[in-house]
Design a protein around this ligand. Structure first.
Ligand code: NAD
Length: 349
């Protein structure tokens, strides 16, 4: 492949707009355009960023006729200019597009709301980058699965059985029409365990509880150990795991507030899974830790790495390094460091 990989993004919502911003920061990729169904403040955001806007089909062009936004064509036109489409349409809509991508002979990345059968493999960069090399269809797993994959991949050799309570945010911040407003809704033996097994072989059971918050998910993780490990060793392993951050903060509102200080991506984006430092303890043969997941941004770096793997541009290590550097992904805890000057100089090293 000569030159930059030309990328089109179908669906410009929570995930799609963040991937678009990340693509614009890569020196080996070029954002050709995005697909929007209708005119709204996100369409205006794309225009203000100088991103070309396309529509799914001719019938959607009328949705932009009375707006100040010029439509550059349909998805089919966009595909003609691209090497790959990153599909970030709502859950289940990606499946409807699969045949269209195949018919147009274009590679595609799907998101975690789609069934795993939509793609040749499910993907998290640290776990199985190599399996995505030269593939045509890859699915980046969901926010919850990405977070579980990152930390459990590090501890898998110590794990007999893993038991996780997933405390799920009810909706993303802008989804004002979703609930619950005043309830906690469980699902026992939730799908998260099986989803994780599409990329990581580990014995795991998950129960999920939807709670009335929009900020983050929390995972309360208990690992039944098959061999001895100390808390210090767990710290050491996590400190040396990419895209995992040990934080001295204990609640999701403060973690999000801290993330805004970092000033990356869209306000408050936290690409790393945040492990609450003081949650790590070992009792008998059970290791416990709690992690927080910024659902809106954690999968963004994975989409960038998936592109590099699918075009066999470089090794896993090189791709993760390039993505981390371009997005300012951290390896240190800055939550107790009040010197922004110092912080900024460390972020991009
Ligand atoms: P979203 O609803 O915020 O955005 C989807 C966008 O696609 C919207 O702009 C919508 O107007 C547009 N769209 C709808 N129908 C379309 C069509 N036919 N053609 C083109 N565009 C269309 O959704 P999202 O939260 O960004 O989720 C996208 C995918 O990412 C889903 O598979 C989801 O499961 C997954 N995901 C979401 C999160 C999250 O927390 N939001 C986290 C990880 C993965």
């Amino acid at each position: 492949m000569n030159g930059k990989i030309r990328i089109g993004i179908n669906g410009f919502g929570t995930i799609g707009k963040r991937i678009s911003l990340a693509v614009k920061k890569q020196d080996d990729m070029e954002l050709i355009g995005i697909v929007k169904t209708k005119y709204d403040y996100n369409a205006l955001f794309a225009k203000n960023l100088g991103i070309k806007l396309f529509v799914p089909s001719e019938e959607h062009i009328k949705n932009f006729e009375k707006s100040e936004i010029e439509c550059s064509g349909t998805l089919e036109d966009l595909i003609r200019e691209c090497d790959i489409i990153i599909d970030s349409t709502p859950s289940g809509i990606g499946a409807k597009y699969k045949q269209f991508y195949e018919n147009n002979n274009i590679k595609a990345i799907f998101q975690g709301g789609e069934k795993s059968s939509i793609a040749e493999i499910s993907f998290t960069a640290q776990v199985n980058y190599e399996r995505a090399i030269d593939k045509n269809y890859v699915r980046v797993v969901s926010c919850n699965t990405t977070a579980l994959a990152r930390t459990l991949n590090t501890l898998k050799d110590y794990a007999n059985e893993v038991y996780v309570s997933v405390i799920r945010r009810a909706a993303d911040p802008e989804e004002s029409d979703k609930g619950p407003i005043n309830s906690i809704i469980p699902s026992f033996n939730s799908h998260h365990a099986n989803d994780l097994k599409t990329i990581l072989q580990i014995e795991i059971t998950t129960n999920a509880y939807v709670v009335p918050t929009t900020l983050m998910h929390i995972h309360d993780i208990n690992i039944e150990l098959n061999k001895k490990i100390s808390v210090d060793e767990v710290f050491y392993l996590f400190e040396n795991t990419e895209r995992v951050l040990l934080l001295d903060i204990n609640d999701t509102a403060k973690i999000m507030d801290h993330s805004k200080n970092l000033n990356r991506g869209l306000s408050g984006d936290l690409y790393e899974v945040a492990i609450l430092k003081n949650s790590i303890y070992i009792k008998d043969n059970i290791l416990h830790y709690t992690q927080a997941v910024h659902q809106e941004s954690i999968v963004v770096p994975e989409n960038i790495d998936a592109v590099r793997a699918m075009f066999n541009l470089c090794s896993k290590e090189e791709s993760i390094y390039k993505t981390n550097k371009s997005l300012g992904i951290l390896k240190k805890d800055y939550s107790n460091n009040h010197s922004m000057e110092k912080q900024e100089s460390r972020i991009l090293v």
